[in-house]
Design a protein around this ligand. Structure first.
Ligand code: 9UX
Length: 73
């Protein structure tokens, strides 16, 4: 199992969490998505998958939901 942690900006409520979770869950091999919501700040999203995910497909999925993957610093 692969664990990928990303930082996402622009999420402020539970519906944001649902949207991002739904989009990421659609990626091939994704088993679980856990969001640590930081409303108004940078939220940490941890993705567990059976396949290795490409950074671009993750960014695209998050963008589909309407949010942005940002750097870890
Ligand atoms: Mo909640 Mo998130 O109304 O963009 S869906 S703030």
């Amino acid at each position: 199992m692969n664990t990928t942690t990303i930082n996402v900006s622009g999420m402020t409520c539970g519906h944001c969490v649902s949207s991002v979770t739904e989009e990421l869950t659609e990626l091939a091999g994704v088993e679980n998505v856990a969001v640590n919501l930081n409303a108004g700040g940078i939220s940490e999203v941890t993705i567990t998958s059976t396949l290795t995910l490409r950074p671009e497909e993750i960014s695209e999925a998050v963008a589909e939901a309407g949010y942005l993957v940002v750097a870890n610093n």
